[in-house]
Design a protein around this ligand. Structure first.
Ligand code: DAV
Length: 355
């Protein structure tokens, strides 16, 4: 592989997309972790579903798979190289899904970083689903792949958190569902803005995890912690802020303030726009929104600085970014993928973006 066509090279969210991983949905099962960790991150009305060995409804998975295949085809039609993970029976192995690789990997320059997952049900995800992709990527001799560190001995990530009734809400000063005893994160708690990477501490990402990313990124990149307001449901930054292009960012005002964003030098000259309406949940939607809030409208994937994938029902959002900012939203069906954990940003990992 020549140095002129790298297989891993991306450090922002908007430059023209050249190569991407798109997840797959078959055999996905509800994640299952100690009650307090699920209660802290999942929607209350569906909490009982998050138990071991519980598959998502087959019709949801079938349609989610079709949506992902269609999305992958549209990306290919636009000249993007698409990688897909292996088909894995996640139900059988006590795993979650192959549909949400954004939580699993992040590209920073020539470096691909794997998450040291806090959740046990995800700790074999890469080994089972993504080794073929990693093999292919390592044929680029300039690429660096940072596999997650092995957990030596017992995993201590839930020690001292959760409270006696297993509910972190009642657990005094313990705010988060995980402790800081080892590096833990999901890469969806990080977003790339060139040499600055913005991260949040959350119910799946701890301070040691953020320090670990700082140690793994190539020289010259800095990880900064954004103060967010989500409180106890916090998980993932990619339904809180959405850069539409260099210099233009949309944010969720209940989740983060302009002041907090402005305090980061990288946003000093940016236009920062609150979403001008509060996205509302549908009443009794089918498919159900098992895992996400209506802020998922901000979970777009950019093809370049104009074109961005938006779920076809989010017409108000698509109209707003078209009329207000001259964007060209690409509307695709994705409701069933949304149902099992995320939208276009969550279900992808951009590997190469270049001007
Ligand atoms: O708002 O429910 C969804 C983001 C998933 N990566 C939310 C977070």
């Amino acid at each position: 592989m020549s140095a002129n066509s790298p297989l891993i090279s991306a450090d922002d969210e908007w430059s023209p997309l050249k190569a991407v991983i798109v997840g797959r949905a078959e055999h996905s099962a509800f994640p299952s972790e100690p009650f307090h960790a699920m209660a802290a991150t999942m929607r209350k009305e569906h909490l009982a579903e998050f138990r071991p060995g519980n598959p998502f409804p087959p019709e949801v998975l079938e349609k989610a798979q079709q949506e992902l295949d269609n999305f992958a085809a549209v990306l290919e039609q636009n000249g993007v190289r698409v990688y897909r993970p292996k088909e894995v029976d996640w139900l059988k192995v006590g795993g979650f899904t192959g549909a949400m690789p954004r939580d699993t990997f992040m590209t920073v320059g020539n470096t691909l970083i794997e998450s040291p997952f806090p959740w046990r049900c995800r700790q074999k995800e890469v080994q089972l689903g993504y080794m073929d992709i990693l093999d292919l990527l390592s044929s680029d001799y300039c690429a660096r792949i940072c596999r997650a560190p092995t957990i030596v001995g017992r995993d201590t990530i839930y020690d001292g958190v959760g409270g006696t009734n297993g509910n972190s809400e009642t657990n005094g000063s313990h705010h988060w569902a995980i402790n800081n005893s080892r590096p833990a994160f999901e890469t969806a708690d990080f977003m790339r803005f060139g040499k600055t990477i913005i991260a949040q501490i959350s119910n799946v990402t701890n301070k040691k995890g953020i320090d670990y990313v700082q140690a793994m990124v190539p020289e010259g990149y800095t990880v900064e912690i954004l103060e967010t307001n989500e409180g106890f449901t916090t998980r993932h930054i990619d339904a809180t802020i959405l850069p539409l292009r260099k210099g233009l960012l949309v944010y969720s005002p209940p989740r983060v303030s302009e002041e907090s964003l402005r305090s980061h030098a990288v946003f000093q000259d940016w236009e920062l726009h609150p979403l001008p309406y509060t996205p509302q949940p549908e009443k009794n939607p089918w498919p159900p929104q098992y895992m996400c809030s209506p802020w998922l409208v901000l979970n777009g994937l950019s093809l370049d600085e104009k074109r961005i994938f938006v779920e076809e029902k989010n017409k108000e959002f698509a109209d707003w970014i078209r009329d207000r900012f001259g964007m060209e939203p690409i509307l695709l069906p994705f409701a069933h993928v949304n149902s099992i954990g995320g939208s276009f940003h969550c279900s992808t990992v951009d590997l190469v973006r270049s001007a």
